[in-house]
Design a protein around this ligand. Structure first.
Ligand code: PEP
Ligand code: MN
Length: 371
């Protein structure tokens, strides 16, 4: 059971104390307090864990601090959508809104290779009105001899350039909790010119100690990718790990499943799960067409497979697109064969808009049919 308090009733308030005292006295119930600090207000939720079936929701709703009581019937206590659950499905970070009802594009380098390429990428993004990007500094590679990313040595110039080109959020994978500290330090050293969304890659979806560490910090939101060889339920539980440690600003990313059934694509595209994840949870859903498809192959209609699957995800309501670009794909140190070029940037953005417009028309149609 989740007890949702009126806004701004933090632990220090008399209403909170009275309510907490009452709930603490309930037999066989353990309490877990979760505070969400937004830009305007603090939302506090108290999780009642244990034998809640016999509790009276009406009695709890009558307590001074309580706005709403939600009985949890499903899994994913914090991030899930439960019956009569009207908790938010959006959050804001560094001036950018992330919700189940909007769409942000994170186009950029799979791996940072040099300053010049970072600058070319960010300048092009700014020219096309983009405020988010992806920049890999820590790369988990299959082969131990492959380029592993420049790590902390590139962070300062990446953040400075982001500030120069008004980039507000950079998606950046971390593979160890020490990387979070390195990112914090680099942001401090450069005067916080931008924001970072920490990314948990598909190889680390069930790295529970990493999830707990990233969940404990509240500074950065998190993009967690679905594990490429586990069930959706297992991956959603992995996302819940982040929230259970305190960080509920989580976006869930689809990036294709590892199976030869997906051939000729690098992975089997799983974007049909976009609406399912929005039904099961309150997380905005990201699609990664680059790591799903893994090539620049095109269909006879002239469209790249990467663009086709992006449109499929967006027309199904995706909220974020993470895609690889590179000024010179042939020179990219990681995943060059799947990267789109600077020249393709405006074309890709327009193609995305066509799919988004179609999605919005579909919503309007569904609405009118329901009326
Ligand atoms: C990436 O986005 O650069 C990446 C490595 O993705 P994934 O974890 O989905 O393979
Ligand atoms: Mn990659």
């Amino acid at each position: 059971m989740i007890v949702i308090l009126h806004p701004n009733l933090t632990r220090e308030t008399a209403e909170f104390k009275a309510t907490f005292e009452f709930l603490s006295a309930l037999p066989n119930i353990r309490l877990n307090v979760h505070e969400e600090h937004g830009t305007q207000q603090v939302l506090t939720e108290i999780y009642l864990i244990g034998d809640t079936a016999s509790l009276s929701a009406d009695e709890i709703k009558a307590l001074p601090a309580v706005e709403r009581v939600v009985r949890i019937s499903e899994e994913y206590r914090i991030l899930g959508r439960h019956k009569d659950d009207t908790r938010p499905t959006a959050f804001e970070y560094n001036g950018v809104r992330f919700g189940q009802d909007n769409l942000n594009a994170f186009l950029g380098l799979c791996a940072v290779d040099n300053r010049e390429h970072v600058e070319l990428m960010m300048r092009a993004l700014q020219e096309h009105g983009q405020v988010c990007t992806r920049m890999g500094a820590y790369k988990p590679r299959t082969n131990p001899y492959s380029f592993q990313g420049h790590g902390k040595s590139c962070l300062n110039y990446v953040f400075e350039l982001a500030g120069k080109y008004s980039i507000r959020v950079i998606a950046m994978e971390v593979t160890h909790e020490s990387h979070v500290e390195e990112i914090k330090t680099a942001l401090e050293e450069t005067g916080h010119p931008t924001g970072v969304m920490l990314q948990i890659g598909t190889r680390n979806t069930q790295n529970f100690e990493l999830l707990k560490a990233v969940g404990r910090q509240r500074m950065f939101p998190v993009l967690i990718k679905r594990g490429f060889g586990i069930t959706l339920e297992e991956s959603l539980n992995a996302a819940e790990y982040l929230a259970s440690e305190g960080n509920a600003r989580v976006i869930f990313g689809l990036r294709g499943m590892k199976t030869n059934m997906g051939d000729p694509h690098r992975n089997f595209v799983d974007f049909a799960h976009v609406p399912a994840i929005k039904r099961l949870t309150r997380m905005p859903v990201c699609i990664d067409p680059s790591h799903s498809v893994g090539s620049r192959d095109a269909a006879p209609d002239g469209l790249l497979d990467v663009m086709h699957v992006t449109a499929q995800g967006v027309i199904a309501g995706a909220n974020m697109i993470l895609a690889d670009f590179h000024p010179h794909p042939a020179k990219a140190l990681v995943d060059g064969p799947q990267a789109l070029t600077m020249a393709e940037l405006p074309y890709f953005l327009e193609d995305i808009q066509i799919a988004r417009d179609a999605y919005e028309k579909r919503i309007a149609l569904a609405q009118s049919f329901a009326d």
